[in-house]
Design a protein around this ligand. Structure first.
Ligand SMILES: CC(C)(COP(=O)(O)OP(=O)(O)OC[C@H]1O[C@@H](n2cnc3c(N)ncnc32)[C@H](O)[C@@H]1OP(=O)(O)O)[C@@H](O)C(=O)NCCC(=O)NCCS
Length: 297
């Protein structure tokens, strides 16, 4: 199955997409059978993911090695931020209520650097390279992105599969027909460069002391595949520019006070406030970001 003409033209840095064409890399869906998505990929019109995913049933004890690979990847990627997922949280809060997806590679085709990073020992058929977990909420159509990680975090830049993290979340949102996606990340995390590209990103909390890391942003996006191409093209998002304007506020990922200040404004009802994907893309992780608001009619 060929990769989409858009990705072929606009994602030259993502050379690994050729492994999708050869069948050595495939999207995977790790979901218990009762949570399977009816009519996957029917909501968002997109031709990026024509390959049938590898389906893995987490409750099948013969598939435990895939879970072990997920744990190794996740725990190694999140270890430095002290957010490695305990196994029981993965089971209780992801496998039972939710949906897990990503990309997997044929174990025999992994490079030596990837084998080392992923601590490969046995010869199971597929090894997960990334992981995206979403959980449905009590609000109709709204999901929470609970976890995103990619083997890239464990590799030197030259060995990375460019856009693996971005495309993993894109695949999960597309496959599961997600309408609205909330999520959490820490200010200054690379992930904000990805999360801001799936739909206009509203800041729900700018400071979150109820989380283990108070400097956490909670966001919400109405998933809009019209924005996704901009991750690669860096073109202006005309709809964003039409709808929003700089509020005059900035958020500084190194200054807790700026988070508390923005959060208090949200709490008072001054918002909603938004972040701009292209502003984030153009900045270093620690640079202050423009806070946008809706233009007045
Ligand atoms: C965050 C994460 C999922 C990103 O996935 P990824 O596959 O590395 O990123 P992608 O290749 O999809 O995206 C590439 C963009 O991120 C940037 N990026 C990736 N790693 C980076 C780093 N360490 N520092 C700065 N930017 C980085 C790239 O420069 C690129 O931006 P560009 O197009 O402007 O050059 C991955 O780094 C990871 O697993 N991190 C550890 C776990 C984590 O913190 N998860 C986020 C939880 S919300």
């Amino acid at each position: 199955m060929a990769i989409s003409p858009f990705l072929k033209t606009h994602a030259p840095k993502a050379q690994w997409l050729q492994h999708l064409e050869s069948g050595d890399v495939r999207p995977y869906v790790y979901v218990r059978s009762e949570n399977q998505i009816p009519q996957p990929g029917s909501r968002h019109k997109l031709d990026w993911f024509p390959w049938a995913p590898v389906m893995i049933e987490p409750l099948n004890i013969n598939e435990i090695e895939f879970a072990e690979r997920i744990f190794h990847l996740e725990n190694t990627a999140f270890g430095p931020s002290a957010m490695a997922i305990p196994r029981w949280v993965f089971y209780d809060c992801a496998v039972m209520p939710g949906f897990v997806a990503g990309f997997a590679m044929k174990t025999e085709k992994l490079s030596a650097t990837m084998r080392k990073a992923l601590n490969i020992r046995g010869q199971h058929e597929w090894t997960p390279l990334s992981l995206f977990i979403i959980i449905p909420t009590m609000k109709k159509g709204e999901w929470v992105a609970h976890n995103l990680c990619a083997v890239n975090a464990l590799l030197e830049e030259k060995d990375r599969f460019y856009a693996l993290g971005f495309l993993s979340k894109a695949f999960g949102l597309w496959y599961a027909n997600v309408e609205t996606c909330c999520g959490m990340t820490q200010w200054g995390n690379t992930a904000l460069k990805l999360h801001s590209h799936y739909g206009h990103l509203e800041v729900l909390t700018a400071y979150t002391p109820v989380h283990s890391h108070a400097k956490t942003i909670t966001y919400r996006s109405q998933v809009n595949v019209g924005c996704w191409e901009n991750f690669f093209t860096r073109e202006d998002d005309l709809e964003f520019l039409e709808k929003y304007e700089p509020s005059g506020l900035m958020i500084d990922p190194t200054q807790e006070n700026s988070m508390i200040d923005l959060h208090r404004r949200i709490q008072k009802g001054d918002g909603p406030y938004f972040l701009g994907a292209l502003d984030i893309a153009a900045k270093k992780l620690t640079d202050p970001l423009i806070v946008y608001r809706r233009k007045k009619a």
